[in-house]
Design a protein around this ligand. Structure first.
Ligand code: NAD
Ligand code: NAG
Ligand code: NAG
Ligand code: NAG
Length: 390
């Protein structure tokens, strides 16, 4: 009976007093524990601010690969814009942690599903991003990469057809292969080796594009195709073997930044928020033909090394190694089409994007240091026995 009286008293007090009472009396009362836990939970469970959209403007959006690097940033934007977002991911290279800040939100749903299996849900738009994206990831299991890009894309186009949704395919600059023209515009047909080590990805994306236009012509499905160029930012993979991640990892760990050759080869990287704005703007445009999304601003490998070294605090030095044989000298998108038709172009300055990425990498390293695991920068893709810049 005593405990019932305490119970009633506690229920009528606010939660802080409840906790105090709990501590004072050690009552261990179940109701008290439960209510203080609930108020603590709803207090800490703060979602990023979300716009309110009327039913007319609010869309049901599916993002495949939404727990990955690009997909999770796209999820953030569409959630904050007030839409209902369903993320479908098999967590091959994605992580629940990338979208954990939305779990439990009424507009958000996370489904553990492989796009190689069919999916039946009701949606208005599909952003189809599911696919491993960096060479070590897509070469890990080439057959699975092919299945994801072919069967997975057929499944998503089938879904789009059944429910009348519009589908945007995250294609890649790799459809241009080892290009014979610079920069590449959307009319270039590409130069791809169908049996080379990158073919599972390059050809997978090429046939995924073909499938989109077959569904458009034969079945009237609305499609959008984004040819995405090199992208960087928080939540990118630390061991993807690309220049930016290698240099940041080396600089943060006080190791020498390794430059192959003279460092005069150039690369162009877009910051992930620029890409996400481009994807959303393409999806909601009326342009069904492929559109390049990338940053045409070129920097030499050496510039990247020096800038990253100085932003991290100059602890490392730059180490020059012999030139790699198949290191492309230039890579740059032609984005005139996106500029003209979407009014889109990258706006985030390189240094700002790098700072944010460095912050993310250093938090991840701290996290991993606590788990006694320090990742080493992966040697870039091996070919003819030599690493090279990606
Ligand atoms: N990041 C870039 O620089 C870049 C460049 C060109 C194109 N892209 C394209 O953008 C998309 C996203 O790339 P990212 O960099 O975010 O890579 P990512 O690896 O971080 O994201 C891909 C996501 O797809 C998921 N996935 C893979 N196979 C799947 C399957 N069978 N079923 C369900 N989910 C699956 C992964 O778990 C991951 O969450 C990819 O389609 C990629 O080809 C990216
Ligand atoms: C696309 O929309 C623009 C205006 O937003 C219009 O001028 C143009 O004609 C449209 N193009 C097509 C192919 O429908
Ligand atoms: C790193 O060194 C460069 C040139 O020596 C200098 O301009 C820059 O301010 C330094 N950066 C930091 C963070 O110390
Ligand atoms: C990036 O970080 C460096 C060093 O922390 C700082 O000096 C610089 O102002 C930052 N630049 C931008 C654009 O945020």
């Amino acid at each position: 009976r005593n405990s019932r009286i305490i119970d009633r008293k506690i229920k009528s007090t606010d939660s802080s007093r409840c906790i105090l009472k709990l501590l004072l009396s050690f009552c261990g009362n179940v109701m008290c524990l439960k209510s203080s836990f609930l108020s603590f939970y709803s207090f800490t469970q703060k979602y990023p601010p979300v716009k309110f959209l009327s039913e007319k403007d609010r869309k049901r959006i599916l993002i495949t690969g939404g727990a990955g690097f690009v997909g999770s940033h796209l999820t953030d934007k569409l959630m904050m814009d007030g839409h209902e977002v369903t993320v479908v991911d098999n967590f091959f290279t994605g992580r629940k942690r990338n979208v954990e800040h939305w779990i439990g939100h009424e507009n958000f749903e996370l489904i553990n599903h492989d796009v190689v299996e069919p999916l039946y849900i009701e949606v208005d738009q599909i952003y189809h991003l599911a696919s491993p994206a960096s060479p070590p990831n897509y070469m890990y299991n080439p057959i699975k990469t092919l299945k994801t890009n072919t069967i997975g894309t057929l499944n998503m186009l089938g879904l789009a057809k059944r429910v009348g949704a519009r589908l945007l395919l995250a294609s890649t600059s790799e459809v241009y292969g080892d290009p014979e023209m610079h920069p590449q515009n959307e009319d270039y047909w590409g130069h791809v080796n169908p049996i080379g080590p990158r073919a599972c990805y390059d050809e997978g994306k090429r046939v995924a594009e073909t499938m989109c236009y077959a569904y458009m012509k034969q079945e009237g499905v609305e499609v959008r195709v984004a040819r995405i160029f090199n992208t960087f930012g928080s939540r990118m993979h630390m061991n993807d073997g690309r220049v930016v991640s290698n240099f940041i990892l080396q600089a943060l760990q006080g190791e020498p930044l390794t430059v192959y050759g003279s460092g005069s080869q150039t690369r162009a990287f877009q910051y992930v928020s620029d890409l996400v704005n481009g994807l959303v703007s393409l999806m909601n445009s009326n342009i069904s033909s492929p559109v390049n999304l990338g940053n045409p601003e070129e920097h030499t490998i050496l510039e990247f090394a020096q800038l990253i070294k100085s932003l991290v605090g100059n602890r490392s030095h730059i180490q020059f190694l012999p030139e790699a044989q198949d290191d492309p000298q230039r890579r740059r998108p032609d984005i005139r089409k996106a500029k003209m038709l979407l009014g889109w172009e990258p706006v985030v300055p390189l240094e700002e994007g790098l700072n944010k990425t460095i912050q993310y990498f250093s938090r991840e390293l701290e996290h991993q240091a606590n788990n006694q695991y320090i990742p080493k920068p992966k040697a870039a893709r091996m070919k003819k026995g030599r690493p090279r810049h990606n």
